[in-house]
Design a protein around this ligand. Structure first.
Ligand SMILES: [Zn+2]
Length: 363
């Protein structure tokens, strides 16, 4: 999720936690439903408070996954809260079956822990006994018990083996012990998609949120499977296999206008920029278009090109580069060997390389 659509909530353990704008729709929906039921202001506030408390539990759930992942060598960028739940964005996920199992289990375990704490509170400290409570709506008296039940629901729901939900990940990690990760993911994905279709159909009759979750599972399962296929196909190759030694180039003193004219004649994602014949930086298509919009045609390339762009080495594994390119939205990278510039890596070539390898490997 892009940050401009999200409100930043803070950085616990260095992980950026934000809430997506659509979350406000959920709150609005709850208020609307409560008003239409003729509830008073205190009751409406109680409902909103309950949803907020629930989402704190969801953040803690995602932090559970995230901290387990970091502990096992993964990297977590951020956690985003959506109306259908939380999502942790990991730039590096632990892949060993055992590690993946632990990371997937850590989230639901947090909710189990919350439920236990609430249960202890209810039994030993809460002024009102569980037997005396009413459950028609959330009230100050039954709040902790309702929250406990909701946490148990989160655990049960997440354990449904619908990849990429937690249960599906646990299932895949168990399968990966016996077979390749690619095959395990394919089976988990297929089962996930059956659940997704079931959710979508059930959602039509029960709750529209199930429809959204169904689509989320369909797309998520497909996306992750594609990514693993990519990883599998590229695993034996490095940058040296597709480095381009012929590329479009310009001088740093050329104007953006000249670059724009030349752009239509090339198929690359941008230009290599030279200064007195030596490599000086990269001007991507996007840099060029943004530069033209912001500064006009007469601007010199050197004022908008990327000088600090991170170069890749010929020995770098292709999949690693591919992930970085996607994450940083750099679609053209300089390739360096022994501190010498030798060419570029273009994401288009990488995609073509993948398609050709995939076609010959018959995956
Ligand atoms: Zn989870």
């Amino acid at each position: 999720m892009k940050s401009r659509y999200s409100l930043n909530l803070g950085r616990p353990f260095g992980i950026k936690v934000s809430v997506h704008w659509t979350f406000s729709l959920l709150i609005a929906w709850i208020v609307l439903i409560s008003v239409s039921q003729g509830l008073g202001i205190t009751q409406i506030l109680m409902h909103v408070l309950f949803v907020l408390a629930l989402f704190v539990c969801v953040v803690l759930h995602e932090l559970g996954h995230s901290l387990a992942a970091i502990r096992l060598g993964g990297e977590v960028d951020s956690i985003t809260l959506l109306p259908i739940g939380g999502m942790a964005h990991m730039s590096k996920m632990p892949e060993k079956p055992r590690d993946e199992f632990l990371v997937s289990a850590a989230g639901p375990l947090v909710n189990v822990a919350i439920a236990i704490i609430l249960w202890i509170y209810l039994v030993y400290l809460h002024p009102k006994g569980v037997g005396e409570m009413e459950f028609e709506a959330v009230t100050a008296a039954n709040f902790p018990l309702m929250l406990l039940a909701a946490n148990l629901f989160i655990v049960a729901f997440n354990l449904i083996p619908a990849f990429p939900m937690d249960g599906g990940r646990l299932f895949r990690s168990a399968l990966s012990i016996k077979m390749s990760r690619l095959k395990a993911t394919r089976i988990a994905k297929d089962i996930g998609q059956v659940f997704a279709i079931f959710f979508i159909i059930a959602g039509l009759f029960i709750n529209p949120f199930l429809i959204i979750i169904g689509f989320f599972i369909l797309l998520g399962a497909k996306g992750e499977y594609e990514m693993i296929k990519y990883q599998d196909v590229l695993k034996n190759y490095t940058v040296k296999d597709i480095v381009k030694t012929e590329f479009a180039e310009l001088d740093e003193d050329d104007t953006l206008g000249k670059a724009a004219e030349k752009l239509v004649q090339i198929s690359d994602n941008g230009f290599v920029i030279r200064s007195e014949g030596d490599y000086a930086g990269i001007l991507t298509k996007n840099d060029l278009i943004n530069g033209l919009n912001a500064h006009g045609r007469e601007t010199k390339i050197k004022d908008v090109m990327r000088k600090e762009i991170e170069a890749v080495h010929t020995d770098t594994p292709l999949f690693e580069v591919f992930q970085d390119m996607q994450k940083n939205r750099n679609h053209l990278l300089p390739v360096i060997v022994d501190d010498e510039f030798m060419g570029v890596l273009d994401i288009e070539n990488l995609n073509e390389f993948f398609l050709i390898r995939k076609a010959t490997q018959k995956i």
